[in-house]
Each structure stands twice: as structure tokens, then as C-alpha cells.
Ligand binder design. Structure first.
Ligand code: HEC
Ligand code: HEC
Length: 106
């Protein structure tokens, strides 16, 4: 009886290790930004680029004098997207204006 309990405990330990390993590899592929990969636009963004253009994106994600990002809860745009690499310019660099080429609709 006691031996069985030990074996069960060992099995549980082995299984939890593999569960943790599975989890961490899953997290790695999901956090694409950590690999320098641009995140795709979420499903609720469908059609926004066509309708609003980069200025529309900026209206929620970009910086103004009062807040960065302007919409609470929107993801902040990395500073390297800005003119001269500075939030203070409050202007997207020309090379980053075509948001959708790097951030496809997800
Ligand atoms: C009305 C405000 C609004 C507009 C306009 C908007 N977004 Fe967003 N965006 C958000 C919010 C809020 C989120 C965060 C979560 C969500 O809604 O899923 C988000 C999430 C994102 C994400 C995902 C970031 C991540 O880490 O997963 C990307 C990429 C993105 N937006 C790009 C864009 C681009 C490009 C445009 C222009 C076509 C745009 N957004 C227009 C509000 C906006
Ligand atoms: C040339 C490719 C490129 C273009 C164009 C581009 N981005 Fe990005 N973007 C990236 C990359 C790469 C990252 C992630 C790495 C980084 O720079 O920090 C990123 C990150 C982001 C993030 C942060 C996402 C997160 O999960 O933290 C937002 C928000 C974002 N971009 C919005 C925009 C908006 C809005 C535009 C258009 C005005 C735009 N991007 C244009 C390449 C691009």
C-alpha cells in the first residue's frame, strides 16, 4: 500500500513537470513580441486600417500631450516607431506609417 502511494506521488510529480514544460513552450510561441515579431491586429480591428488609416491607429495607440497611449487600455506603440525614435515628436516615422504591412489582421 505504501509503495503504491509513493509510485503515485512520483507519477504525479513527473506529470506536473511535463505539464509545466508544455505550458512554458506554449507561452514562448504566443509572446511573439519577445522575439521582435510584430503582433497581429486583434479580430475586433477588422477593417480599421482601410477605414481609418494610420491616423486612426494613432488616435488610440499614439501619444499626445496628455497621454501615451491616448486610449486607456490600448497597447503603447514602441518608441522606435516614432519620428527620430522619440515619443516627444508625437509623429510616426514615415517608415512605420503602413501599419498593416507589419501588423496583419489576425
Ligand atoms: C478605437 C481604438 C483603437 C483603434 C482605432 C485601433 N486600435 Fe489597436 N488596439 C486597441 C485596443 C484597446 C487594443 C487592446 C486589446 C484588444 O482590443 O484586443 C488594441 C490592440 C492592438 C494590437 C495588438 C497588440 C498586442 O500586443 O496584442 C495591435 C497590433 C494593434 N492594436 C494595432 C492597431 C493598428 C495597426 C490600428 C490601425 C489600423 C489600430 N490598432 C487601431 C484600440 C485601438
Ligand atoms: C516595419 C514594420 C512595422 C510597421 C510598419 C509598424 N510596426 Fe508596430 N511593431 C513592429 C515590431 C517589429 C514590433 C515589436 C517590436 C518592437 O519594435 O518593440 C511592433 C510593435 C508594435 C506595438 C506594440 C505591440 C505589443 O504587443 O507590445 C504597437 C501597438 C504597434 N507596433 C503599433 C503600430 C502602429 C499603430 C503602426 C502604424 C502607425 C505600426 N505599428 C507600424 C513593426 C512595425
Amino acid at each position: 500500500m505504501k509503495k503504491k502511494t509513493i509510485i503515485a506521488a512520483l507519477l504525479a510529480a513527473v506529470m506536473s513537470v511535463s505539464v509545466v514544460a508544455g505550458c512554458s513552450s506554449g507561452t514562448q510561441s504566443a509572446a511573439s513580441v519577445l522575439d521582435g515579431q510584430p503582433a497581429p491586429m486583434p479580430a475586433n480591428h477588422n477593417g480599421r486600417y482601410t477605414d481609418l488609416g494610420p491616423d486612426g491607429c494613432y488616435g488610440c495607440h499614439g501619444a499626445n500631450e496628455k497621454a501615451n497611449p491616448q486610449l486607456v487600455g490600448a497597447v503603447i506603440v514602441p518608441e522606435d516607431h516614432y519620428s527620430r525614435g522619440m515619443y516627444a515628436t508625437m509623429k510616426i516615422d514615415a517608415g512605420y506609417n503602413q501599419c498593416i504591412t507589419c501588423h496583419p489582421q489576425g
